[in-house]
Design a protein around this ligand. Structure first.
Ligand code: SF4
Length: 593
């Protein structure tokens, strides 16, 4: 039934495996073989996809699969003590499945609930605001094997926490209003307004949206079935970011209408919303929203009554791979493959989904399109700064009194945001997630804008009591975990870096490790294949430069300290051989040195 639901199309492989796992709790070899044959793909591809995505398992996990969010903001809210508490209650070790097969507990990367953490996923359903008491209750429900649908509904409540609304979050739109404005402008007219607006992508890179749309529109397409596609990148995985979650939860109409306008402007008939697996709880409501839009003729054939404009949207759900936020990795995933970034050029605007011209835009970017279609690009460009027009939504979390979403015109100073959110004695702000910039107090006068501090939206505040070394260490673990393994500098380098940070944390760090961190950061940045790798050491470089005492207080005075006890490791060999050369003891050697 699952393969038939997806018309046995190989591009739906990730979706099919997701549903197989939901049905069977894991993806056994027999199911892989069946799916391979039904979709007509090599078994190796099914195995590779199963192995690639963190949420897929080829062996039985617990019937209740608990994954606790392990972002630094969760840790600041006491998540590790809660993990310990839960493991004790369930008499389990981390990553272990209980003997009766009922439950497994593990960690996962940021689940996008930093404003209401600590958070966890249970069978892909999000639970926020964990406390020891709530953990106790959850353990009882699991022990009694109460179905998730019968758990208290308030466990699953996810708040928007909109603290400051501006052009986007405060706007009221009736469905189809902006789309009708766009169709009256015509495709070229819409792109012209977009050019006037100077709208830039809100996913982090800041590429000019009009240039992207125009390039896709002008690209010829390939083969007898030449066509074009629109993709909304809702794989919001950057630690500390959760703005897209709110837009999808409460502004889904904006997102879908922005996609439809993009489809109209570039001449596409099909759009995909790629929803991160951590936001599966939104899927049902989003599907219903799409069905409502079809009933209103805002999707489907002759959309809005425009003859020849056929456009529809479908949702693909990710399966726990941060790298799929990179647009070519996302397209690979949409095609039913492991989400590994492609070699560019060619770019998606000419060779994207199935080799056809494809526009990939961030959720927030597409929402901005409504304002531009309705009121024109010039008005939009009147807000913000010269190179950064309009507004930016920030996801604020950490040591603040009022975590949540803050929408500002571009150009707002860091200090202003800190004041508005009630930051508590801030010593640092990590802007744009683990891959972004760590700003010290001396930089709080800087501005959020592409010409100064660019950001996809994450704004994590660290109070005076926080240890910036531990913040950077958490990020190194994140990157080592999320590296897709395609290229050696990132696959090996991120692990070496996180090992070095662990060694320093364990009290074995010396100047040698500091030099190695610096050297590896340069190697990875200069030779990794995609942005995940090149940005993976940004936090180390920033914190070493700006918060050096946090590292130095952990360093040993010696030039090198092994991470393990060499004498203990050699003791057995010395005993067996009866040889014990006094000069071969490393500690003595170091003292002589
Ligand atoms: Fe994969 Fe890392 Fe290389 Fe990017 S840099 S392709 S994430 S291994």
């Amino acid at each position: 039934a699952i393969v038939d639901k997806y018309r046995r199309q190989p591009t739906y492989l990730v979706q099919v495996l997701r549903e197989v796992q939901d049905a069977l709790d894991h993806i056994p070899p027999a199911a892989m073989a069946y799916v391979a044959s039904a979709l007509g793909v090599p078994i190796g591809q099914v195995e590779a996809v199963t192995a690639f995505y963190a949420f897929f398992h080829d062996r039985p996990m617990g019937r209740y699969r608990v994954l606790i969010s392990d972002n630094i903001t969760d840790r600041m809210l006491g998540s590790m003590a809660l993990v310990e508490h839960m493991l004790n209650r369930l008499k389990l070790k981390l990553g272990e499945v209980s003997a009766d097969g009922v439950v497994s507990v593990g960690l996962t990367s940021c689940t996008g609930m930093c404003d209401q953490g600590p958070a966890m996923l249970v069978n892909n359903r999000t639970i926020t605001r964990l406390t020891p008491r709530r953990i106790d209750e959850i353990c009882e429900l699991i022990r009694a094997q109460v179905p998730l649908d019968d758990w208290p509904s308030f466990y699953f409540k996810v708040d928007d926490n909109i603290r400051r609304a501006d052009m986007l979050l405060a706007a009221q739109w009736s469905p189809g209003e902006a789309l009708r404005a766009a169709t009256s402008l015509g495709p070229q007219g819409m792109i012209h307004e977009l050019r006037l607006s100077n709208l830039r992508g809100r996913g982090g890179a800041g590429f000019t949206t009009a240039v992207k749309w125009e390039a896709a529109r002008n690209a010829p397409g390939h083969g007898p079935n030449a066509t074009r596609y629109v993709v909304c990148n809702a794989d919001e995985g950057e630690p500390g970011t959760f703005k897209d979650r709110v837009l999808l939860q409460s502004y889904a109409g904006h997102v879908f209408e922005g996609m439809t306008i993009a489809g109209y402007a570039i001449g596409a008939s099909r759009g995909f919303l790629y929803l991160r697996g951590e936001y599966t709880y939104l899927l049902q409501a989003l599907e219903k929203h799409l069905a409502d839009l079809r009933k209103m003729n805002l999707l489907g054939r002759s959309v809005c009554g425009v003859e020849g404009f056929d456009f529809d949207i479908e949702i693909h759900v990710g399966a726990g791979a941060y790298v799929c936020g990179e647009e070519t990795a996302l397209i690979e995933s949409l095609e039913g493959k492991p989400g590994r970034p492609r070699i560019r050029p060619p770019f998606p605007v000419t060779h994207g989904y199935l080799g056809q011209p494809t526009v990939v835009n961030n959720v927030e970017t597409l929402c901005k399109v409504l304002e531009i279609a309705t009121h024109g690009g010039a008005r939009y460009a009147g807000l913000g700064t010269k190179q950064s027009t309009g507004t930016k939504i920030l996801s604020v979390s950490g040591d603040v009194d009022r975590p949540g979403l803050y929408e500002y015109p571009f150009g707002v100073r860091i200090a202003q945001v800190l004041e508005d959110c009630g930051a508590r004695h801030p010593q640092a702000v990590q802007v744009s997630g683990a891959a972004g910039m760590c700003l010290s107090e001396r930089e709080f006068g800087r501005r959020i804008a592409f010409e100064d501090v660019p950001t996809a939206g994450s704004f994590m505040v660290f109070g005076a009591q926080r240890d910036l070394f531990e913040v950077a260490r958490n990020f190194t673990h994140f990157f080592a975990h999320e590296s897709c393994g395609f290229c050696t500098p990132c696959r090996v380098g991120t692990t070496l870096v996180s090992n070095l940070m662990d060694k320093i944390a364990a009290g074995h760090g010396t100047q040698y490790e500091m030099n190695e961190l610096n050297r590896l950061a340069g190697v990875i940045k200069g030779s990794a294949h995609c942005g995940l790798g090149t940005a993976s050491c940004n936090a180390i470089v920033d914190t070493v430069q700006k918060f050096r005492p946090a590292y130095e207080k952990r360093l040993k005075a010696v030039d090198f300290e092994p991470a393990f006890d060499l004498d203990a490791a050699l003791a057995k060999a010395r005993e067996v051989t009866g040889r014990d050369d006094a000069d071969a003891h490393l500690a003595q050697g170091m003292e002589q040195h």
